[in-house]
Design a protein around this ligand. Structure first.
Ligand code: PMP
Length: 454
């Protein structure tokens, strides 16, 4: 089928996630046809560096034969086995035990989901169940951060603090509360790390009081680095300080590592960067490197044992048809082999190169802030550096910059405000990292020439 008729079929029938439906009808679709390593090829034959690893998920890179073989073998041997009725297949058992070895502290118990959103939903269900089990059912309020992203199901989108996910959807729900982000570049308390940490701690404590005290609060959610909110990196010590408040107040601390997990910031889990052990931890994306869908929730031993004791002989009523899917778990095992077999090391080296390369763009007239850790970064664009004025929305900076970068052979995330997001595969070579930086500079130079952007 020619790609032109595919464009028409797409326009008529395929609804795209987080898209302007009318805008998409006009602009049409770009079709990708193949991928290898850190590059993707589109239907016109252009090969580009995928600086965003799909949707920050193809951490291992494309085209690993070992992953293809693992999936093929599992599809042939046993494509499906339910975890209901006391049944299982081998791959999820092996994957859960290997992940538990790597996970921080006593996060030894793994519940597999289909992706990140239902992983977040799962933590909300387990948090409520846990407090019921502890005889404290009134602890049913949840707090998350502004600029946070926790998924697109009703519960996850309510914890998410991006207005686009709320307006028209009846969200957030009245038990979902927000406190300001640490967002260093635009924090009213300034850029001093200790002031930012003190402000966040005070805001969390104040929110708890406002809700009715710690006896009302079930859990606090944070991403180790806020991804979809614009790659916002908290100062060192921020996670530990927030964790300490939750421990003191007996509020569960949930780390949402859907983006930061699996080598994105260096280690397998970004909580390790700060020596934090959350009560629950969510992952997805890099778990299978996007080859097939899968997410996972890690439970601390305390939460697991409390829920198990409370339910006793009764079933804990939470399950999906595709929980612990054998093909996804087989892919997860093959991908974990790659991480352990040198990919995390390469990601660390290339991550340092990416951060240094992007930092050097700070001299560009459009660049207000460069931030990130490892293979996760952002360049925030402004038209006035002193005033930190964002690019005018009317100039559609996101679409325009995304298109330009594409023409320059680079896939990046361009957030609505004009902030550029980077999450390249960990398999990138030094030349590819350098090309990401050079193509970004070229894209920024071209953008600077547009009168309506300036
Ligand atoms: N949490 C975070 C931190 C995420 O970044 C995302 C997805 N970008 C999700 C949850 C939801 O994951 P999914 O899209 O796989 O449902």
């Amino acid at each position: 089928m020619s790609s032109n008729s595919l464009v028409e079929l797409d326009r008529a029938h395929l609804i795209h996630p987080v898209a302007s439906w009318r805008g998409h009808e006009k602009s049409g679709v770009r079709i990708l046809t193949s991928a290898k390593g850190a590059t993707v090829t589109d239907a016109s034959g252009q090969t580009l560096i995928d600086g965003f690893a799909g949707l920050w998920c193809v951490n291992a890179g494309y085209g690993h034969e070992s992953v293809v073989e693992a999936a093929t073998r599992q599809l042939r041997d046993l494509p499906y086995a339910t975890g209901y009725f006391g049944l299982a297949s081998e791959p999820p058992i092996r994957l859960a035990s290997r992940l538990a070895e790597h996970a921080p502290g006593d996060l030894d118990h793994v519940y597999f989901t289909l992706g990140g959103s239902d992983a977040v939903d799962t933590t909300v269900r387990f948090a409520r169940y846990y407090w019921q089990a502890r005889g404290l059912p009134q602890k049913d309020q949840f707090i998350s951060l502004e600029q946070g992203y926790h998924g697109s199901t009703t519960v996850g989108a309510g914890l998410t603090a991006l207005p686009l996910f709320h307006a028209g959807f009846g969200l957030p729900m009245d038990w979902q509360h927000k406190i300001p982000s640490h967002y260093a570049y635009r924090n009213p308390v300034g850029t001093d790390p200790s002031a930012i940490i003190a402000a966040s701690v005070a805001q969390l404590r104040a929110k708890v009081v406002q809700i009715g005290g710690a006896e009302r609060v079930a859990a606090f959610y944070a991403e180790p680095i806020q991804g979809s909110g614009g790659v916002l990196v908290p100062p060192a010590g921020w996670m530990a300080a927030m964790r300490a408040v939750c421990t003191e107040l007996d509020i569960l601390f949930v780390a949402d590592e859907v983006i930061t997990g699996f080598g994105r910031t260096g280690p397998l889990f970004a909580c390790s960067d700060e020596g934090i052990v959350p009560d629950m931890l969510t992952t997805a994306k890099g778990l299978t490197s996007g080859y097939v869908p899968m997410g996972a929730v890690f439970l601390s031993d305390r939460i697991y044992q409390t829920i198990a004791d409370h339910a006793g002989a009764a079933a804990v009523g939470h399950g999906f048809t595709y929980s612990a899917h054998p093909v996804s778990a087989a892919v997860g095992l093959a991908v974990l082999d790659l991480y352990e077999g040198g990919l995390l090391d390469n990601g660390r080296i290339m991550g340092a190169r990416l951060q240094a390369g992007l930092a050097a763009l700070a001299d560009h007239p459009l660049v207000g802030d460069v931030r990130g850790r490892g293979m996760l970064a952002a360049v925030e664009l402004v038209i006035d550096k002193a005033k930190k004025t964002p690019l005018p929305a009317a100039a559609l900076p996101a679409t325009r910059i995304f298109d330009r970068a594409w023409q320059n052979g680079l896939v990046i995330r361009a957030f609505a405000s004009g902030t550029l997001g980077y999450a390249p595969p960990l398999c990138c070579t030094a030349d590819e990292i350098d090309a990401i930086v050079e193509r970004t500079r070229l894209t920024l130079d071209q953008t600077l020439e547009d009168a309506d952007v300036r």
